[in-house]
Design a protein around this ligand. Structure first.
Ligand code: NAP
Ligand code: HSE
Length: 431
């Protein structure tokens, strides 16, 4: 049996896991695809660097085209990250009739349509399961497992780094910067962790899921994004006091053919199943018209979990090679994209304000809400150490994004309002 040769672009956290799984699960791979699978060449930046996995020095190269143009290599596994240059490498790879497996959500969120079209044109597979939610097979579930249903909502935790940070801050009172450092050391964070903490990594994943789940060309710019870098200990402790857990939540919803996609720190009731998803774990709820509610849970980052998704994609490519059906799985979007307007998107809101502790303050604030028929579900008022000030925490019933934005603008102009401290979306009341 002649071995199938694979080229790896990258040998970092995920690349090392890929080498490990190919080696340690070789028996199973042979059973599934009918021949051995071998890594023939590996692109790295620095050949002399110490590696997490043993790889022959003769396999390493710093020249991408030595991997991409190798005649014996059938599949390129891209686990190097990066966008523009990496896109050129993958376009060249499919031109060379090599199938591609990638874990790169940055690239797929921005150039997924173009790369998939190029792969199909060249009769190549391009699979990217590991780009969303690490080890959870969520993309395959959307495309295959739930193929017969119409998906109406996807909601979940899709970034391991921020979930790790929020868990440690909330459960152990750890400092934000220390926990971020720990997440980087564990290999969860992106090379530039700003993408994690500012919500961009989760937004990329939500754009990819929304595209597949709603069969529309959803762009990254369509996703409303807010990260966790401004979340304070006070926000966490007040939300706990009111019975909520803070998570960075991605939501993609479809109603009457129009969609909204967002990523933001969100308060969930403590009894909500997503509230108990801790550390680097991810979880995604998918609601379908026929199936109802389904939930997917697992490790969202890390070497072996992510590599599992990558190597499973490789198995998919190799099975297609046996059947001679590569490059036939890409499907054009069924619908034109239609985004919801701010008056069509509704949510409960948490709001924390510092106000002057004087007669009539509260009435002035509440009148702004009642003028727009937005009522309160929970209210907390406490004196502050600063003389003459009080802290008010409000959780509203559902309000439109438009009404809430107008209320915030007017609150900022009220003389009795000292400072608008924070606002967060609240989700999952009764799920
Ligand atoms: P990483 O640890 O930083 O590894 C990147 C690897 O690519 C390194 O081996 C590096 O070489 C090589 N590389 C990067 N740029 C290169 C260039 N221009 N030329 C040659 N080699 C280059 O990254 P990672 O965490 O494994 O992530 C890889 C990809 O998987 C990213 O797209 C990431 O978003 C995605 N992903 C990661 C996770 C996770 O948990 N880490 C989960 C899901 C998806 P050197 O080693 O020589 O520096
Ligand atoms: N940085 C990403 C995360 C890696 O923390 O979820 C997995 O995509």
């Amino acid at each position: 049996m002649e071995a199938i040769q694979v080229g790896l672009l990258g040998l970092g956290t995920v690349g090392s896991g890929v080498v490990t799984i190919i080696k340690e699960h070789q028996d199973k791979l042979v059973h599934l695809v009918g021949c051995p699978v071998e890594v023939k060449k590996v692109l790295v930046r620095e050949k002399e660097k110490e590696r997490q996995v043993a790889v022959g020095q003769d396999l390493l190269t710093t020249s991408p085209y030595e991997v991409i143009h190798d005649k014996d290599i059938d599949v390129i596994i891209e686990v190097m990250g990066g966008i523009e240059q990496t896109k050129e490498y993958l376009l060249e790879a499919v031109k060379e009739k090599k199938h591609v497996v990638t874990a790169n959500k940055d690239l797929m969120a921005l150039y997924g349509s173009e790369l998939l079209a190029a792969a199909t044109e060249n009769g190549c597979d391009l699979f990217y399961e590991a780009s969303v939610a690490g080890g959870i097979p969520i993309l395959r579930s959307l495309v295959d497992g739930l193929a017969s249903d119409r998906i109406t909502k996807m909601m979940g935790i899709v970034n391991g780094t921020t979930n790790f940070i929020l868990t440690k801050m909330s459960k152990h009172g750890s400092a934000y910067s220390e926990v971020l450092k720990e997440a980087q050391e564990l290999g969860y964070a992106e090379s530039d962790p700003t993408a994690d903490v500012e919500g961009l990594d989760a937004a990329r994943k939500m754009a990819i899921m929304a595209r597949l789940g709603f069969s529309m060309n959803v762009d990254l710019d369509d996703v409303k994004v807010k990260g966790i870098s401004a979340v304070t200990d006070d926000d966490i402790s007040y939300s706990k006091r009111l019975g909520y857990t803070m998570k960075l939540i991605g939501i993609a919803q479809r109603e009457n053919g129009r969609i909204e996609v967002s990523v933001e720190p969100t308060l969930l009731p403590d009894y909500h199943p997503l509230a108990s998803v801790s550390d680097e774990y991810n979880a995604v709820y998918v609601y379908g018209e026929a199936v109802g509610e389904t939930m997917f849970y697992g490790p969202g980052a890390g070497s072996l979990p992510t590599a599992t998704a990558v190597v499973s994609d490789l198995v998919g490519v190799l099975k297609n090679m046996r059947l001679g059906v590569n490059g036939r799985s890409a499907v054009a979007p069924q619908f034109d994209k239609q985004l919801k307007h701010p008056e069509e998107t509704f949510a409960q809101q948490f709001l924390r304000i510092h106000v002057k502790d004087e007669v009539g303050s509260f009435a002035k604030i509440t009148s702004l809400f009642s003028e727009r028929s937005v009522s309160f579900e929970k209210i907390l008022q406490l004196p502050l150490k600063e003389k003459g000030l009080a802290e008010i925490v409000i959780v509203t019933h559902r309000a439109s994004q438009k009404d809430f934005a107008e209320i915030l603008e007017q609150l900022n102009n009220l003389e009795v309002v000292e400072q608008l401290k924070s606002t967060y979306r609240v989700e999952g009341n009764g799920y």
